[in-house]
Design a protein around this ligand. Structure first.
Ligand SMILES: Nc1ncnc2c1ncn2[C@@H]1O[C@H](COP(=O)(O)OP(=O)(O)OP(=O)(O)O)[C@@H](O)[C@H]1O
Ligand SMILES: [Mg+2]
Length: 485
Protein backbone atom coordinates (compact mmCIF):
# COMPACT_ATOMS: atom_id res chain seq x y z
CA UNK A 1 0.00 0.00 0.00
CA UNK A 2 1.27 3.44 -0.87
CA UNK A 3 2.34 5.23 2.32
CA UNK A 4 0.46 8.40 3.01
CA UNK A 5 1.98 11.67 4.07
CA UNK A 6 1.18 13.09 7.50
CA UNK A 7 -1.02 15.66 5.87
CA UNK A 8 -2.88 13.08 3.88
CA UNK A 9 -3.50 10.82 6.82
CA UNK A 10 -4.92 13.57 8.95
CA UNK A 11 -6.63 15.36 6.18
CA UNK A 12 -4.74 18.58 6.74
CA UNK A 13 -4.81 20.85 3.67
CA UNK A 14 -1.64 20.54 1.63
CA UNK A 15 -1.61 24.19 0.80
CA UNK A 16 -1.66 26.61 3.64
CA UNK A 17 -5.04 28.02 2.70
CA UNK A 18 -7.38 27.27 5.50
CA UNK A 19 -10.36 25.33 4.33
CA UNK A 20 -13.42 27.51 4.26
CA UNK A 21 -15.73 26.75 7.12
CA UNK A 22 -19.09 25.58 5.94
CA UNK A 23 -22.19 27.01 7.45
CA UNK A 24 -22.66 25.26 10.72
CA UNK A 25 -25.99 25.73 12.42
CA UNK A 26 -26.95 29.35 12.56
CA UNK A 27 -27.15 29.19 16.30
CA UNK A 28 -23.38 28.99 16.48
CA UNK A 29 -22.59 31.69 13.99
CA UNK A 30 -23.39 34.45 16.40
CA UNK A 31 -21.82 37.78 15.74
CA UNK A 32 -19.77 39.26 18.57
CA UNK A 33 -22.34 41.92 19.21
CA UNK A 34 -24.89 39.26 20.09
CA UNK A 35 -22.73 37.67 22.76
CA UNK A 36 -23.24 38.57 26.42
CA UNK A 37 -20.53 40.75 27.94
CA UNK A 38 -20.42 39.16 31.39
CA UNK A 39 -18.55 35.91 30.97
CA UNK A 40 -17.39 33.53 33.63
CA UNK A 41 -14.70 30.91 33.40
CA UNK A 42 -15.55 27.50 34.85
CA UNK A 43 -13.09 25.12 36.47
CA UNK A 44 -12.35 23.35 33.20
CA UNK A 45 -11.26 26.54 31.54
CA UNK A 46 -14.41 26.76 29.49
CA UNK A 47 -16.03 30.12 29.36
CA UNK A 48 -19.71 30.27 30.05
CA UNK A 49 -21.90 33.29 29.95
CA UNK A 50 -23.33 34.84 33.05
CA UNK A 51 -26.70 33.51 31.93
CA UNK A 52 -25.58 29.92 32.22
CA UNK A 53 -23.94 29.63 28.81
CA UNK A 54 -25.13 30.75 25.44
CA UNK A 55 -25.37 27.09 24.42
CA UNK A 56 -26.20 25.17 27.53
CA UNK A 57 -26.71 21.46 27.18
CA UNK A 58 -30.49 21.82 27.62
CA UNK A 59 -30.63 24.05 24.55
CA UNK A 60 -28.70 21.70 22.34
CA UNK A 61 -30.18 18.85 20.44
CA UNK A 62 -28.27 16.00 18.83
CA UNK A 63 -27.77 17.87 15.59
CA UNK A 64 -26.22 20.81 17.44
CA UNK A 65 -23.87 18.42 19.23
CA UNK A 66 -22.91 16.83 15.90
CA UNK A 67 -22.16 20.27 14.50
CA UNK A 68 -20.06 21.13 17.51
CA UNK A 69 -18.07 17.90 17.20
CA UNK A 70 -17.44 18.55 13.57
CA UNK A 71 -16.33 22.15 14.23
CA UNK A 72 -13.84 21.01 16.85
CA UNK A 73 -12.58 18.25 14.59
CA UNK A 74 -11.97 20.74 11.82
CA UNK A 75 -10.32 23.17 14.17
CA UNK A 76 -7.84 20.52 15.25
CA UNK A 77 -7.00 19.63 11.66
CA UNK A 78 -6.62 23.28 10.74
CA UNK A 79 -4.68 24.51 13.76
CA UNK A 80 -2.66 21.59 15.14
CA UNK A 81 1.05 21.97 15.82
CA UNK A 82 3.69 19.64 14.46
CA UNK A 83 4.05 17.80 17.81
CA UNK A 84 0.31 17.30 17.99
CA UNK A 85 0.30 16.00 14.45
CA UNK A 86 2.97 13.44 15.27
CA UNK A 87 0.91 12.21 18.21
CA UNK A 88 -2.25 12.06 16.16
CA UNK A 89 -0.50 9.93 13.58
CA UNK A 90 0.34 7.34 16.21
CA UNK A 91 -3.33 6.43 16.16
CA UNK A 92 -4.82 4.04 18.74
CA UNK A 93 -1.56 3.64 20.67
CA UNK A 94 -1.65 7.32 21.64
CA UNK A 95 -5.39 7.49 22.32
CA UNK A 96 -5.04 9.08 25.78
CA UNK A 97 -2.66 11.81 24.60
CA UNK A 98 -4.89 12.42 21.60
CA UNK A 99 -7.81 12.88 23.96
CA UNK A 100 -5.80 15.52 25.82
CA UNK A 101 -5.19 17.39 22.60
CA UNK A 102 -8.88 17.23 21.77
CA UNK A 103 -9.87 18.52 25.16
CA UNK A 104 -7.65 21.58 24.69
CA UNK A 105 -9.24 22.37 21.33
CA UNK A 106 -12.74 21.66 22.65
CA UNK A 107 -12.17 24.04 25.51
CA UNK A 108 -11.07 26.73 23.05
CA UNK A 109 -14.07 26.22 20.79
CA UNK A 110 -16.46 26.22 23.73
CA UNK A 111 -14.86 29.36 25.12
CA UNK A 112 -15.03 31.16 21.79
CA UNK A 113 -18.64 30.29 21.21
CA UNK A 114 -20.03 30.22 24.74
CA UNK A 115 -20.94 26.59 25.11
CA UNK A 116 -21.69 25.31 28.55
CA UNK A 117 -21.84 21.53 28.57
CA UNK A 118 -21.89 19.30 31.60
CA UNK A 119 -18.76 17.40 32.52
CA UNK A 120 -20.28 14.10 31.32
CA UNK A 121 -21.22 15.65 28.02
CA UNK A 122 -17.70 17.00 27.58
CA UNK A 123 -16.19 13.57 28.21
CA UNK A 124 -18.54 12.06 25.64
CA UNK A 125 -17.77 14.83 23.18
CA UNK A 126 -14.04 14.22 23.48
CA UNK A 127 -14.49 10.46 23.11
CA UNK A 128 -16.59 11.00 20.01
CA UNK A 129 -14.09 13.33 18.38
CA UNK A 130 -11.31 10.90 19.19
CA UNK A 131 -13.20 8.12 17.42
CA UNK A 132 -13.66 10.43 14.53
CA UNK A 133 -9.99 11.27 14.25
CA UNK A 134 -8.97 7.65 14.48
CA UNK A 135 -11.82 6.41 12.29
CA UNK A 136 -13.17 7.58 8.97
CA UNK A 137 -12.69 11.31 9.51
CA UNK A 138 -15.59 13.55 8.53
CA UNK A 139 -17.75 10.53 7.78
CA UNK A 140 -17.52 9.25 11.33
CA UNK A 141 -20.33 11.37 12.88
CA UNK A 142 -22.57 10.38 9.97
CA UNK A 143 -21.72 6.73 10.49
CA UNK A 144 -22.47 7.02 14.18
CA UNK A 145 -25.81 8.70 13.72
CA UNK A 146 -28.29 5.84 13.67
CA UNK A 147 -30.95 7.96 11.98
CA UNK A 148 -28.80 8.20 8.83
CA UNK A 149 -29.33 5.17 6.63
CA UNK A 150 -27.18 6.00 3.65
CA UNK A 151 -24.14 8.21 3.03
CA UNK A 152 -23.21 9.38 -0.44
CA UNK A 153 -19.92 11.16 -1.07
CA UNK A 154 -19.82 12.89 -4.45
CA UNK A 155 -16.28 14.17 -4.52
CA UNK A 156 -14.61 16.01 -1.65
CA UNK A 157 -17.10 18.80 -1.14
CA UNK A 158 -20.53 17.25 -1.56
CA UNK A 159 -21.78 14.72 0.92
CA UNK A 160 -25.40 13.68 0.87
CA UNK A 161 -27.26 11.49 3.33
CA UNK A 162 -30.54 9.68 3.45
CA UNK A 163 -32.37 10.28 6.68
CA UNK A 164 -35.95 9.20 7.32
CA UNK A 165 -36.24 8.32 3.66
CA UNK A 166 -35.20 11.77 2.46
CA UNK A 167 -32.02 12.70 0.62
CA UNK A 168 -30.31 15.79 2.01
CA UNK A 169 -27.00 17.50 1.49
CA UNK A 170 -24.90 17.79 4.66
CA UNK A 171 -22.56 20.54 5.75
CA UNK A 172 -19.78 17.96 6.06
CA UNK A 173 -16.92 17.97 3.58
CA UNK A 174 -13.37 16.79 3.04
CA UNK A 175 -10.53 19.26 2.68
CA UNK A 176 -9.67 18.09 -0.76
CA UNK A 177 -9.52 14.98 -2.90
CA UNK A 178 -6.33 13.79 -1.21
CA UNK A 179 -8.08 13.84 2.14
CA UNK A 180 -10.97 11.91 0.68
CA UNK A 181 -8.60 9.41 -0.95
CA UNK A 182 -6.85 8.90 2.38
CA UNK A 183 -10.18 7.97 3.96
CA UNK A 184 -10.90 5.62 1.05
CA UNK A 185 -7.55 3.97 1.72
CA UNK A 186 -8.58 3.55 5.36
CA UNK A 187 -11.76 1.80 4.27
CA UNK A 188 -10.17 -0.65 1.86
CA UNK A 189 -6.76 -1.29 3.44
CA UNK A 190 -8.04 -3.62 6.22
CA UNK A 191 -9.70 -5.74 3.53
CA UNK A 192 -6.43 -6.13 1.63
CA UNK A 193 -7.95 -4.16 -1.25
CA UNK A 194 -6.54 -1.25 -3.12
CA UNK A 195 -8.12 1.60 -5.06
CA UNK A 196 -6.17 3.43 -7.72
CA UNK A 197 -6.39 4.33 -11.37
CA UNK A 198 -5.85 0.75 -12.43
CA UNK A 199 -8.56 -0.63 -10.13
CA UNK A 200 -10.91 2.34 -9.78
CA UNK A 201 -13.98 0.56 -8.43
CA UNK A 202 -14.28 -1.52 -5.32
CA UNK A 203 -17.08 -3.01 -3.26
CA UNK A 204 -16.10 -3.17 0.36
CA UNK A 205 -17.58 -3.49 3.79
CA UNK A 206 -16.93 -1.50 6.94
CA UNK A 207 -16.09 -3.22 10.19
CA UNK A 208 -19.71 -2.77 11.35
CA UNK A 209 -21.04 -4.57 8.26
CA UNK A 210 -22.09 -1.50 6.26
CA UNK A 211 -21.92 -2.00 2.51
CA UNK A 212 -19.59 0.37 0.64
CA UNK A 213 -19.08 1.09 -3.04
CA UNK A 214 -16.13 3.20 -4.13
CA UNK A 215 -15.49 4.57 -7.58
CA UNK A 216 -12.77 7.07 -8.38
CA UNK A 217 -11.60 9.10 -11.39
CA UNK A 218 -11.10 8.62 -14.27
CA UNK A 219 -14.33 6.60 -14.13
CA UNK A 220 -16.08 8.95 -11.75
CA UNK A 221 -16.08 12.42 -13.26
CA UNK A 222 -17.22 14.17 -10.08
CA UNK A 223 -14.18 13.04 -8.10
CA UNK A 224 -13.87 10.03 -5.80
CA UNK A 225 -17.30 8.77 -4.87
CA UNK A 226 -18.33 6.63 -1.91
CA UNK A 227 -21.79 5.14 -1.35
CA UNK A 228 -22.39 3.60 2.05
CA UNK A 229 -25.54 1.60 2.82
CA UNK A 230 -25.41 1.60 6.57
CA UNK A 231 -25.90 -1.61 8.42
CA UNK A 232 -28.78 -1.04 10.76
CA UNK A 233 -28.15 -2.45 14.20
CA UNK A 234 -31.67 -3.74 14.42
CA UNK A 235 -33.31 -5.44 11.49
CA UNK A 236 -36.79 -4.18 10.65
CA UNK A 237 -39.46 -6.73 11.41
CA UNK A 238 -42.73 -7.23 9.56
CA UNK A 239 -44.36 -5.41 12.48
CA UNK A 240 -42.11 -2.39 11.84
CA UNK A 241 -42.96 -2.46 8.15
CA UNK A 242 -46.66 -2.43 8.98
CA UNK A 243 -46.06 0.40 11.44
CA UNK A 244 -44.19 2.42 8.77
CA UNK A 245 -47.05 1.88 6.34
CA UNK A 246 -45.03 -0.25 3.92
CA UNK A 247 -47.89 -2.73 3.88
CA UNK A 248 -51.00 -3.39 5.96
CA UNK A 249 -51.62 -6.08 8.55
CA UNK A 250 -53.77 -8.10 6.17
CA UNK A 251 -50.93 -8.28 3.64
CA UNK A 252 -48.42 -9.11 6.37
CA UNK A 253 -50.61 -12.01 7.57
CA UNK A 254 -50.91 -13.24 4.02
CA UNK A 255 -47.13 -13.10 3.48
CA UNK A 256 -46.50 -14.93 6.73
CA UNK A 257 -48.79 -17.72 5.54
CA UNK A 258 -47.05 -17.76 2.13
CA UNK A 259 -43.61 -18.24 3.69
CA UNK A 260 -44.93 -20.94 6.00
CA UNK A 261 -46.59 -22.66 3.02
CA UNK A 262 -43.17 -22.76 1.32
CA UNK A 263 -44.04 -20.60 -1.65
CA UNK A 264 -41.17 -19.36 -3.81
CA UNK A 265 -41.15 -15.61 -3.47
CA UNK A 266 -39.37 -12.93 -5.47
CA UNK A 267 -39.12 -9.43 -3.99
CA UNK A 268 -38.77 -6.99 -6.84
CA UNK A 269 -37.95 -3.29 -6.64
CA UNK A 270 -35.67 -0.43 -7.57
CA UNK A 271 -32.37 0.46 -5.92
CA UNK A 272 -32.81 1.18 -2.24
CA UNK A 273 -36.53 0.41 -2.35
CA UNK A 274 -36.17 -1.88 0.66
CA UNK A 275 -35.95 -5.30 -1.01
CA UNK A 276 -33.32 -6.68 1.34
CA UNK A 277 -35.21 -5.34 4.35
CA UNK A 278 -38.42 -7.02 3.23
CA UNK A 279 -36.57 -10.24 2.41
CA UNK A 280 -35.16 -10.24 5.92
CA UNK A 281 -38.59 -9.64 7.45
CA UNK A 282 -40.07 -12.44 5.33
CA UNK A 283 -37.36 -14.88 6.32
CA UNK A 284 -38.26 -14.42 9.98
CA UNK A 285 -41.34 -16.55 9.25
CA UNK A 286 -39.23 -19.59 8.34
CA UNK A 287 -39.60 -22.20 11.04
CA UNK A 288 -36.83 -22.78 13.59
CA UNK A 289 -36.70 -26.41 12.58
CA UNK A 290 -35.59 -25.65 9.02
CA UNK A 291 -32.02 -25.52 7.73
CA UNK A 292 -31.50 -22.22 5.94
CA UNK A 293 -28.66 -21.39 3.56
CA UNK A 294 -28.32 -17.68 2.74
CA UNK A 295 -26.24 -16.49 -0.20
CA UNK A 296 -25.19 -12.87 -0.65
CA UNK A 297 -22.58 -10.64 -2.22
CA UNK A 298 -22.11 -8.80 1.03
CA UNK A 299 -23.86 -10.36 4.01
CA UNK A 300 -26.72 -8.01 4.90
CA UNK A 301 -29.40 -10.44 6.06
CA UNK A 302 -29.81 -10.86 9.78
CA UNK A 303 -31.71 -14.06 10.35
CA UNK A 304 -32.75 -14.87 13.88
CA UNK A 305 -33.08 -18.63 13.47
CA UNK A 306 -30.45 -20.87 14.96
CA UNK A 307 -29.85 -23.16 12.01
CA UNK A 308 -28.59 -20.67 9.42
CA UNK A 309 -25.59 -21.04 7.14
CA UNK A 310 -24.68 -17.66 5.66
CA UNK A 311 -22.48 -17.80 2.53
CA UNK A 312 -20.81 -14.80 0.97
CA UNK A 313 -19.46 -14.42 -2.57
CA UNK A 314 -15.91 -13.26 -3.09
CA UNK A 315 -14.50 -10.93 -5.74
CA UNK A 316 -11.32 -11.79 -7.64
CA UNK A 317 -8.01 -10.81 -6.05
CA UNK A 318 -5.54 -8.33 -7.55
CA UNK A 319 -4.33 -10.95 -10.04
CA UNK A 320 -7.91 -11.51 -11.13
CA UNK A 321 -8.11 -14.94 -9.49
CA UNK A 322 -10.10 -16.61 -6.76
CA UNK A 323 -13.54 -15.16 -7.50
CA UNK A 324 -16.45 -17.17 -6.11
CA UNK A 325 -19.72 -16.00 -7.61
CA UNK A 326 -23.27 -16.09 -6.32
CA UNK A 327 -23.85 -18.69 -9.02
CA UNK A 328 -21.08 -20.94 -7.63
CA UNK A 329 -22.61 -20.60 -4.18
CA UNK A 330 -26.16 -21.40 -5.36
CA UNK A 331 -24.87 -24.55 -7.06
CA UNK A 332 -22.89 -25.48 -3.98
CA UNK A 333 -25.80 -24.85 -1.63
CA UNK A 334 -27.76 -27.64 -3.31
CA UNK A 335 -25.24 -30.07 -1.92
CA UNK A 336 -25.65 -28.68 1.59
CA UNK A 337 -29.06 -30.22 2.25
CA UNK A 338 -30.90 -26.93 2.60
CA UNK A 339 -34.56 -26.71 3.56
CA UNK A 340 -34.57 -23.14 2.30
CA UNK A 341 -32.27 -21.21 0.03
CA UNK A 342 -32.33 -17.46 0.42
CA UNK A 343 -30.39 -15.52 -2.21
CA UNK A 344 -29.86 -11.85 -1.34
CA UNK A 345 -30.23 -10.73 -4.93
CA UNK A 346 -30.20 -12.40 -8.33
CA UNK A 347 -28.47 -10.36 -11.00
CA UNK A 348 -27.20 -12.78 -13.61
CA UNK A 349 -26.79 -16.45 -14.47
CA UNK A 350 -27.51 -17.59 -10.92
CA UNK A 351 -31.19 -16.96 -11.75
CA UNK A 352 -31.17 -20.17 -13.80
CA UNK A 353 -29.72 -22.24 -10.94
CA UNK A 354 -32.13 -20.65 -8.52
CA UNK A 355 -35.14 -21.45 -10.73
CA UNK A 356 -33.92 -25.00 -11.18
CA UNK A 357 -33.52 -25.37 -7.43
CA UNK A 358 -37.06 -24.05 -6.91
CA UNK A 359 -38.37 -26.52 -9.49
CA UNK A 360 -36.54 -29.49 -8.04
CA UNK A 361 -37.81 -29.68 -4.54
CA UNK A 362 -36.17 -26.66 -2.90
CA UNK A 363 -39.39 -24.80 -2.58
CA UNK A 364 -39.83 -22.03 -0.08
CA UNK A 365 -36.88 -20.20 -1.59
CA UNK A 366 -36.73 -16.44 -1.37
CA UNK A 367 -34.82 -13.88 -3.38
CA UNK A 368 -34.85 -10.32 -4.70
CA UNK A 369 -34.24 -8.70 -8.08
CA UNK A 370 -34.09 -5.21 -9.53
CA UNK A 371 -37.24 -4.44 -11.51
CA UNK A 372 -39.92 -1.79 -11.63
CA UNK A 373 -43.09 -3.87 -11.91
CA UNK A 374 -43.94 -7.55 -11.40
CA UNK A 375 -44.16 -7.94 -15.19
CA UNK A 376 -40.78 -6.29 -15.58
CA UNK A 377 -39.39 -8.68 -12.95
CA UNK A 378 -40.40 -11.61 -15.13
CA UNK A 379 -38.63 -10.25 -18.17
CA UNK A 380 -35.57 -9.37 -16.07
CA UNK A 381 -35.47 -12.98 -14.89
CA UNK A 382 -35.66 -14.12 -18.49
CA UNK A 383 -32.64 -11.97 -19.40
CA UNK A 384 -30.74 -13.23 -16.36
CA UNK A 385 -31.35 -16.83 -17.35
CA UNK A 386 -29.94 -16.07 -20.80
CA UNK A 387 -26.85 -14.68 -19.05
CA UNK A 388 -26.17 -18.20 -17.76
CA UNK A 389 -24.97 -18.91 -21.30
CA UNK A 390 -27.30 -21.81 -22.06
CA UNK A 391 -29.04 -21.68 -25.40
CA UNK A 392 -32.56 -22.13 -24.06
CA UNK A 393 -35.64 -21.28 -26.09
CA UNK A 394 -37.57 -18.34 -24.62
CA UNK A 395 -40.67 -20.44 -24.11
CA UNK A 396 -38.70 -22.97 -22.05
CA UNK A 397 -37.29 -20.19 -19.90
CA UNK A 398 -40.73 -18.69 -19.36
CA UNK A 399 -42.24 -21.98 -18.34
CA UNK A 400 -39.34 -22.55 -15.88
CA UNK A 401 -40.05 -19.12 -14.40
CA UNK A 402 -43.81 -19.67 -14.31
CA UNK A 403 -43.55 -22.97 -12.52
CA UNK A 404 -40.79 -21.85 -10.13
CA UNK A 405 -42.00 -18.45 -8.87
CA UNK A 406 -45.28 -18.38 -6.95
CA UNK A 407 -45.40 -14.81 -5.77
CA UNK A 408 -43.86 -11.46 -6.66
CA UNK A 409 -43.79 -8.61 -4.14
CA UNK A 410 -43.18 -5.29 -5.77
CA UNK A 411 -41.56 -2.75 -3.50
CA UNK A 412 -41.13 0.94 -4.29
CA UNK A 413 -39.56 4.00 -2.79
CA UNK A 414 -42.27 6.63 -3.05
CA UNK A 415 -41.40 10.26 -3.79
CA UNK A 416 -41.90 11.22 -0.13
CA UNK A 417 -39.14 8.78 0.88
CA UNK A 418 -41.46 6.11 2.28
CA UNK A 419 -41.40 2.53 1.03
CA UNK A 420 -44.52 0.71 -0.08
CA UNK A 421 -45.30 -2.76 -1.25
CA UNK A 422 -47.13 -1.66 -4.37
CA UNK A 423 -48.14 -5.10 -5.62
CA UNK A 424 -48.41 -8.61 -4.35
CA UNK A 425 -48.96 -10.64 -7.49
CA UNK A 426 -49.40 -14.33 -8.06
CA UNK A 427 -47.61 -16.05 -10.94
CA UNK A 428 -50.36 -18.34 -12.17
CA UNK A 429 -48.75 -20.19 -15.08
CA UNK A 430 -48.52 -19.94 -18.84
CA UNK A 431 -51.10 -19.15 -21.46
CA UNK A 432 -49.54 -19.64 -24.87
CA UNK A 433 -46.19 -17.89 -24.65
CA UNK A 434 -47.24 -15.50 -21.92
CA UNK A 435 -46.83 -15.82 -18.18
CA UNK A 436 -50.07 -15.03 -16.37
CA UNK A 437 -49.85 -12.68 -13.42
CA UNK A 438 -52.70 -11.94 -11.08
CA UNK A 439 -52.56 -9.05 -8.63
CA UNK A 440 -53.78 -9.93 -5.14
CA UNK A 441 -52.99 -6.74 -3.23
CA UNK A 442 -52.18 -3.23 -4.43
CA UNK A 443 -51.17 0.15 -3.10
CA UNK A 444 -53.35 2.87 -4.56
CA UNK A 445 -52.07 6.42 -4.22
CA UNK A 446 -54.98 8.82 -3.85
CA UNK A 447 -53.09 12.10 -3.74
CA UNK A 448 -49.97 13.91 -2.59
CA UNK A 449 -50.65 16.04 0.50
CA UNK A 450 -49.37 19.58 1.10
CA UNK A 451 -46.17 18.23 2.67
CA UNK A 452 -45.38 16.16 -0.43
CA UNK A 453 -46.42 12.94 1.31
CA UNK A 454 -48.14 10.16 -0.53
CA UNK A 455 -51.68 9.58 0.75
CA UNK A 456 -53.14 6.30 -0.35
CA UNK A 457 -54.44 2.94 0.75
CA UNK A 458 -53.80 -0.75 0.30
CA UNK A 459 -56.41 -2.70 -1.51
CA UNK A 460 -57.12 -6.36 -1.89
CA UNK A 461 -58.31 -7.22 -5.40
CA UNK A 462 -60.73 -9.72 -3.88
CA UNK A 463 -59.25 -12.52 -6.00
CA UNK A 464 -58.12 -15.74 -4.39
CA UNK A 465 -54.76 -17.14 -5.46
CA UNK A 466 -54.59 -20.50 -7.20
CA UNK A 467 -51.86 -21.74 -4.92
CA UNK A 468 -54.16 -22.18 -1.94
CA UNK A 469 -53.67 -25.96 -2.27
CA UNK A 470 -50.03 -25.43 -1.19
CA UNK A 471 -51.34 -23.89 2.01
CA UNK A 472 -53.41 -27.01 2.73
CA UNK A 473 -50.48 -29.26 1.84
CA UNK A 474 -48.28 -27.52 4.37
CA UNK A 475 -50.98 -27.33 7.02
CA UNK A 476 -51.19 -23.54 6.88
CA UNK A 477 -54.58 -22.08 7.70
CA UNK A 478 -55.57 -18.89 6.01
CA UNK A 479 -58.95 -17.22 6.51
CA UNK A 480 -60.67 -16.47 3.19
CA UNK A 481 -61.61 -13.09 4.59
CA UNK A 482 -58.00 -12.04 4.04
CA UNK A 483 -58.72 -11.69 0.31
CA UNK A 484 -61.92 -9.73 0.86
CA UNK A 485 -61.89 -6.31 -0.64
N1 LIG B 1 -40.09 -0.36 4.68
C1 LIG B 1 -39.17 0.58 4.86
N2 LIG B 1 -39.52 1.78 5.38
C2 LIG B 1 -38.59 2.73 5.55
N3 LIG B 1 -37.28 2.59 5.24
C3 LIG B 1 -36.89 1.44 4.73
C4 LIG B 1 -37.81 0.37 4.50
N4 LIG B 1 -37.15 -0.66 3.96
C5 LIG B 1 -35.88 -0.27 3.85
N5 LIG B 1 -35.71 0.98 4.31
C6 LIG B 1 -34.46 1.74 4.32
O1 LIG B 1 -34.07 1.90 2.97
C7 LIG B 1 -32.70 1.63 2.78
C8 LIG B 1 -32.52 0.58 1.71
O2 LIG B 1 -33.05 -0.66 2.17
P1 LIG B 1 -32.62 -2.04 1.53
O3 LIG B 1 -31.16 -2.26 1.67
O4 LIG B 1 -33.54 -3.04 2.09
O5 LIG B 1 -32.97 -1.75 0.00
P2 LIG B 1 -32.63 -2.61 -1.29
O6 LIG B 1 -33.80 -2.44 -2.19
O7 LIG B 1 -32.23 -3.98 -0.92
O8 LIG B 1 -31.38 -1.80 -1.87
P3 LIG B 1 -30.33 -2.27 -2.97
O9 LIG B 1 -31.04 -2.17 -4.28
O10 LIG B 1 -29.26 -1.23 -2.88
O11 LIG B 1 -29.89 -3.64 -2.61
C9 LIG B 1 -32.16 1.19 4.12
O12 LIG B 1 -31.41 2.24 4.64
C10 LIG B 1 -33.37 0.92 4.97
O13 LIG B 1 -33.18 1.32 6.30
MG1 LIG C 1 -30.53 -5.08 -1.34
Amino acid sequence: MKSLSLYERLGKPQDKDKAKRPEISEQKNLSNSELPKEDLQDDTGVVASAFGGKHSSEEMNNDDLQDLKWTIHRRIVDEMTLEEEVLLLQGESAREQIKNIISVYSAREMADNFYNLSRIEKVKLIDDICNELLGLGPLEPLLQNDKITEIMVNGAKKIFIEQEGKLKRTNVYFHDERHLMSIIERIVAPLGRHVDESSPLVDARLADGSRVNIIIPPLSLAGPSITIRKFSKRAMTMKDLVKFGTLNQQMADFLQACVKARLNILVSGGTGSGKTTTLNALSSFVLETERIVTIEDAAELKLQQEHVLPLEARPANLEGKGAVTIRDLVKNSLRMRPDRIIVGEVRAGEALDMLQAMNTGHDGSLTTAHANTPRDALSRLETMVLMAGMELPVRAIRSQIASAIDLILQQARIRDGSRKITYISEVQGMEGDTIILQDLFLYVQDRIDNFGRSVGHFESTGLQPKFLDKFKLNGVEIPHSIFKN
